[in-house]
Structures are given as structure tokens and as C-alpha cells.
Design a protein around this ligand. Structure first.
Ligand SMILES: Cc1cc2nc3c(=O)[nH]c(=O)nc-3n(C[C@H](O)[C@H](O)[C@H](O)COP(=O)(O)OP(=O)(O)OC[C@H]3O[C@@H](n4cnc5c(N)ncnc54)[C@H](O)[C@@H]3O)c2cc1C
Length: 448
């Protein structure tokens, strides 16, 4: 006899695991299908910063409870087990290749305040996934891995999920949590309505022994590379360990070369004199606009499958939780339809689409690419004092934007060419900015 689940969850990242655990708490019969051999192992580049312990993302200000080993979401009203370590960091330093910088949050002052002064904290994604998996199993979620899902097809009142290995699963609902390059979103045609802007790539190493001044900081450094690239440095939770990565939105970028030049030449190289590479991690992700309606044929989409760029761990967990609650209610009420999961779809529309314009996010991504490293160095030289301490992917750019507005008259006077480029960024449609940058391989980088 064919076995039918109430819910099939595809993908065991933070969104899928949270969805599986939440649905099982409601008593649903759940199968979780994942293509990785070891679910908790992290093989993709990730800085592992909690968003948001300061600021408010999706209306939420996350709290950490190390005593009872939980990460709490007070606005939404749930918490998740987290038995891993964490490490505070106190400032976000945005630097030019010559060391001029905007600093979000004063380091010494915030460090003195301890938890109250932290910008945020680094966590262990392995520990988070491991804890959620353990809870899911203890709630009788059936976990199937490694299975690579090829697609979902609605058959009568059920949805059938098929895998490359030839296994078939049947469920009343499916939650698609298969990440940024979601096969389910593609195969059900949900990407057709989205705008595609290009592909961002990341390559980096976990390193031990780097000697980073103000080491409990997030560093974002614009490199003297053509095409322009950024380096990011974040602490890891273990002592003496950092994750150092280089990123670009240009397929012609030289990742290994830029990493070597950053760590072996120039003003930041002394930090890495005694550092050793431990593990290489990379990530590739398409940049689309948000999905407008994260639902089709009893398949509900969550986490990175629907976001522009990334949901972050916070958005992944919240969306997984919201979607699983909606599915549980739909089954309880016998509404096996879009109407049944309306609570989730309304949240997506009202809280995410209305409040978080993907164009703002993408403008922040692309802004540095319209300036040369020398122009960026000049721009960053204008900021003399640390900015208010807010670490949040949407709130921090607003703080930086406000400080930028204050130095605009100086830029207009001293460097009118930069001023023109910045002004055009606000007016030119994003497709044009990205179109010139990425698809043409931005020959000069000055594309607007
Ligand atoms: C370079 C980089 C740095 C980042 N730094 C941070 C950070 O500091 N803080 C933060 O909060 N977020 C960060 N993020 C974002 C964060 O990683 C994601 O937003 C988050 O992991 C999304 O969770 P998810 O569950 O939606 O998707 P994912 O974590 O991508 O999980 C998707 C799961 O689905 C599985 N899967 C995929 N396809 C299939 C298939 N066909 N069949 C079966 N299984 C499949 C995958 O193996 C994976 O386990 C970063 C991302 C990148 C790229």
C-alpha cells in the first residue's frame, strides 16, 4: 500500500527543519527529504551571524538564552533548542583597500558593555541544524536522506514528490525548503514571474591563527581588484578562528587570486602572517526578485526559495514555522487549498513584500561596483566617527545612508564625478545597473 504523509518537507536547512519540527508538534505525519548525506554538516559558505540581535528584522528582535540553550523569537512567540556556542561581535567595519572606513558601532564602547553592546553574535549552524534534527526525530518525523528531489506533481488531492534515486513520496501538502536554487520553484514555474539580476559567488577559508585587531568585529573590505571584489571577515565560535571570504557578482572575478593577494599583499596581509587555512567553503546563488505568491498546487515555499538574496537564518526559521502552522490549520479545517494556508501567504505579502523592497537590498549589493577602489577609498575617508550600532540587513544600510547624506555636499564640491554616479544609482532602473554590470561582465565597472 502507498504511504501518504500529511506533509512532505523538501530540504533540511533551517527553514525545512523548523517546518518539519513544527508540523510534527501539531501531530502531523511528516517526511523530511534531504539530499545531503550528513544533514548537520555545513558545506556551503556562511558567516553564521545571528540576524537580528539588534535592530528588528521581519518585526523580530531575536534573543539568545545560553542558560537554557535556546534561540528565542519573542515577537512570533516561539523558541528553538540551540546547544552550541556563540561569540559576540561589536561592530561592522566597512573598509577600503587602504583602510579608510565606516564603522557601525564603536568597538571599545560596545565591548565594554558586553552582551548589551553587541552588534550581534556568531553561532554554529551545525549545532542549530543538529538540534532541530534531533527534535524532529524525537517528534517522529521520518527523515529520508540522501535523496535528491527532482520535482513535485499534483495528483488528485495529493502531491507526489519524485527523487533522482527513483523513490516517490506522497503528501497532502509539500513545504519546499530546498534553498536559493530551488528545483521545486523552478520546476513549478515560480521563477518565471521573477526578475533575474545575476549570480553572486563566494569563496573563502576557515582560518586559524589570524591576528585581527578589534577581532570581535565583522569586516567588509573593498579590494583593489578589477572587477571589484569584497572580502569579509567574521569570527567563528571556536577560539582563534575566523571565516575569511571573497565575494563578487562578476563571473570574471579571480577568487583564488584575490584571496591570495588580500592575505599576502597590501595593508591587511600582516593579519594573516601566521594564519593557516583549515577548510575551503564556497557558495553560488542566483539573485532574483522575491517570489510574489509562495504557493502552487499544495506546495508552500519557504526560506531562501522565495527570498531575494537570502532569508538569513532568522527569516528561514520564521517562514518555516509560519508555513508549518498554516499547513497544520489547513489540514485541521479540511481546507486543502491556497485558502487553507492563507495565514502564511498574508504574512508573506504584508510583512515581507510590503516592508522589504528587494530593490533596496540589491542597490546596496551593487552600489560599490559602480565606483572604483580609489573612489570608494575617498568616500570612506569622509566618515570620522562610528555610526549608531545596528546590525540588520535592512536597518544598517539606512543608518549608513543617513550618514552618506550628510557628506553629500562635500562629495559634490570635491568629487562631482562620484556625486553623479551616486545620484544616478537612485534614478536608474535596477535592471539597467545590473544588466550592465553582470551580463556584460562590467568592463569598466562605471555602468550607470
Ligand atoms: C556567503 C553566505 C553567507 C551567509 N551568511 C549568513 C549569516 O551570517 N547569517 C545568516 O543568518 N544567514 C547567512 N547566509 C544566508 C543563510 O545561509 C540562508 O539564508 C539560510 O541558510 C536559508 O535557509 P534555508 O533552509 O531556506 O535554505 P538552505 O540553508 O540553503 O537549505 C536548503 C536545504 O535543501 C537541500 N536541498 C537543495 N536542493 C535539494 C533537492 N533537490 N533535494 C533535496 N534536498 C535539497 C540542501 O542540501 C539544503 O540542506 C549566508 C549565505 C551565504 C551564501
Amino acid at each position: 500500500m502507498k504511504e501518504t504523509y500529511d506533509l512532505l518537507v523538501v530540504g533540511a536547512g533551517p527553514a525545512g527543519l523548523m517546518a518539519a519540527k513544527t508540523a510534527a508538534e501539531h501531530g502531523l505525519k511528516v517526511a523530511l527529504i534531504e539530499r545531503k548525506e550528513n544533514i548537520a554538516e555545513i558545506r556551503r559558505a556562511c558567516s553564521m551571524m545571528v540576524v537580528s540581535l539588534s535592530g528588528r528584522y521581519l518585526g523580530e528582535r531575536v534573543t539568545l538564552n545560553p542558560r537554557n540553550q535556546r534561540i528565542c523569537f519573542p515577537h512570533y512567540g516561539f523558541s528553538v533548542a540551540y546547544q552550541g556556542p556563540h561569540k559576540n561581535f561589536y561592530t561592522w567595519q566597512i573598509c577600503s583597500h587602504k583602510g579608510n572606513k565606516i564603522q557601525v558601532g564603536g568597538y571599545e564602547e560596545n565591548l565594554r558593555k558586553g552582551d548589551a553592546g553587541r552588534a550581534s553574535a556568531i553561532y554554529s549552524k551545525e549545532a542549530l541544524l543538529g538540534g532541530l534534527l534531533e527534535e524532529s526525530i524525537s517528534l517522529n518525523v521520518d527523515v529520508f536522506h540522501p535523496y535528491n528531489v527532482l520535482g513535485a506533481i499534483k495528483e488528485g488531492r495529493e502531491v507526489k514528490v519524485v527523487t533522482r534515486e527513483g523513490k516517490t513520496f506522497r503528501g497532502t501538502f509539500v513545504i519546499a525548503a530546498d534553498g536559493r536554487s530551488s528545483r521545486l520553484a523552478r520546476s513549478l514555474g515560480l521563477n518565471q514571474e521573477r526578475k533575474f539580476f545575476g549570480t553572486a559567488m563566494t569563496m573563502g577559508y576557515e582560518m586559524v591563527g589570524a591576528e585581527i585587531p578589534e577581532e570581535f568585529s565583522l569586516f567588509q573590505i573593498f579590494l583593489n581588484e578589477d572587477p571589484l571584489m569584497r572580502a569579509w571577515i567574521t569570527p567563528r565560535t571556536s577560539d582563534n578562528e575566523h571565516f575569511v571570504m571573497v565575494t563578487s557578482i562578476n563571473h570574471k572575478a579571480d577568487y583564488e587570486g584575490a584571496f591570495e593577494r588580500f592575505t599576502k599583499q597590501g595593508i591587511f596581509s600582516p593579519w594573516f602572517k601566521r594564519a593557516e587555512k583549515k577548510r575551503r567553503l564556497s557558495a553560488v546563488g542566483n539573485m532574483f526578485s522575491h517570489i510574489i505568491k509562495p504557493y502552487k498546487d499544495q506546495v508552500v515555499f519557504v526560506g531562501d526559495t522565495i527570498w531575494c538574496q537570502e532569508a538569513e537564518m532568522t527569516g528561514a526559521v520564521i517562514s518555516g514555522w509560519k508555513a508549518a502552522n498554516a499547513v497544520a490549520l489547513a489540514i485541521q479545517e479540511g481546507k486543502i487549498s491556497e485558502e487553507g494556508v492563507a495565514d502564511y501567504l498574508t504574512w508573506w505579502k504584508e510583512v515581507v513584500l510590503k516592508e522589504y523592497d528587494y530593490q533596496d537590498m540589491l542597490r546596496n549589493v551593487v552600489l560599490p561596483y559602480i565606483l572604483t577602489p580609489e573612489e570608494l577609498d575617498y568616500l570612506l575617508s569622509l566618515f570620522k566617527k562610528p555610526l549608531p550600532s545596528v546590525f540588520d540587513p535592512y536597518e544598517t544600510p539606512k543608518v549608513v545612508g543617513k550618514a552618506m547624506a550628510e557628506v553629500m555636499p562635500i562629495i559634490a564640491r570635491e568629487r562631482p564625478v562620484i556625486m553623479e554616479k551616486l545620484k544616478k544609482m537612485g534614478n536608474v532602473p535596477l535592471e539597467k545597473v545590473f544588466g550592465g554590470c553582470i551580463r556584460a561582465g562590467f568592463p569598466s565597472m562605471n555602468t550607470v
